[in-house]
Design a protein around this ligand. Structure first.
Ligand code: DAH
Length: 342
């Protein structure tokens, strides 16, 4: 025991005095003291010669010694590591890693552009809930229960309460606005809508719309056309041709759909325009008097126009995206193509 103690003290002094100036020397220290054939291992082996009643005390001393050697090794290693960061090994002339910046989603890019065009015309932005009740999505918009036009949009109902549903169009936000505001009203409402469709390149169970609503005295169909012409020119450029087609929506009378000349084929005919040269981009019309009256707005005094457009469709025409599924697959190769777009 006496011998062991002496030995340990001697080794400790030796260890304390050790130093290193490079990684090799640190490694030599490790091998000498802490390696499989190192000094710590060999003194540990001497435990067997210690009489039983002194084993406990010897064990403690040996452990302490081992920790002492390890601590020294760590401090040598650290010293060396800090020497490295102090410039011995780093090549400061190497080019830095490029900073990769995220890109906006193409649908956000389109939505932002639509919103900024209408903002310039004095439209405010409004939003409504994705989970709606039957009244705001259908009833208030002049689609009473059992109205056949409800079948135009396959609806997801909420199991717990069948009078709740996922909104099928952003026209529900029109209802929420007219419920709380009095004319003049001039809003656009971007948002996500849901329909029970099988997912394919051309259909999805959710997509995005931007709704517009303008109610005031003396609002006419000419105002509607002029507003939408302006929008198309700002969005797609001056050369795009526009046409209105009579249509039917329960919440507008008269109703019209607006087509623009196909940007993919320039009007010659392709898959996107189904070889007609025209692509529908929105539904619109004069707000039905019944809809105004549903919210206590005097339809003799006030008139209004409304429209609803599909953000995916506009993005498709602008960026030639031919498969709706790309928008929600999060494939970075697709998303990265929109770098710089705002
Ligand atoms: N809500 C219609 C749809 O989802 C689009 C629409 C048509 C909105 C005419 C309107 C409108 O505001 O006036 O198909």
């Amino acid at each position: 025991m006496e011998d062991l103690l002496k030995k340990l003290n001697q080794y400790k002094e030796e260890i304390s005095a050790s130093s290193a100036t490079n990684a090799d020397e640190v490694e030599n220290f490790r091998i000498k003291y802490l390696g499989t054939k190192g000094l710590v291992k060999s003194v540990m082996g001497e435990m067997k010669n210690v009489p039983n009643e002194q084993k406990k005390q010897a064990g403690q001393l040996l452990n302490e010694f081992k920790q002492f050697a390890e601590a020294k090794y760590e401090s040598l290693k650290e010293q060396f590591a800090s020497a490295e960061t102090q410039g011995e090994q780093i090549d400061f002339s190497l080019p830095a890693d490029a900073i990769t910046v995220g890109t906006r989603h193409p649908l956000s890019v389109t939505r932002n552009r639509i919103v900024s065009i209408f903002k310039r015309l004095g439209f405010a932005v409004a939003e409504g809930p994705d989970i709606e009740d039957d009244w705001h999505n259908f009833g208030a918009m002049n689609l009473p229960e059992d109205h056949p036009a409800r079948d135009m949009q396959d609806t997801f109902y909420i199991n717990q309460n069948p009078s709740w549903l996922l909104r099928t169009h952003t026209s529900s936000v029109q209802a929420r606005i007219m419920e709380t505001q009095k004319p003049p009203i001039r809003v656009i409402c971007p948002g996500r809508v849901y329909r029970n469709e099988t997912i394919s390149a051309r259909a999805h169970c959710f997509f995005h719309q931007v709704e517009g609503l303008y109610v005031d005295e003396n609002v006419s169909f000419a105002d509607l056309k002029q507003t939408l012409y302006f929008f198309v020119q700002e969005m797609f450029g001056k050369d795009v041709k526009v046409r209105f087609r009579p249509s039917y929506f329960p919440f507008t009378e008269p109703s019209a759909e607006m087509d623009i000349s196909c940007l993919i084929c320039g009007g010659i005919g392709c898959n996107v325009c189904k070889h007609t040269g025209w692509v529908e981009i929105l539904g619109s019309g004069m707000v039905h008097p019944k809809v105004l009256e549903n919210f206590g707005i005097d339809s003799n005094k006030y008139t209004g126009f409304a429209f609803g457009m599909g953000v995916e469709r506009i993005t498709q025409l602008k960026y030639r995206v031919n498969d709706l599924r790309l928008y929600s697959q999060n494939d970075i190769r697709f998303l990265q193509q929109f770098t710089g777009a705002v």
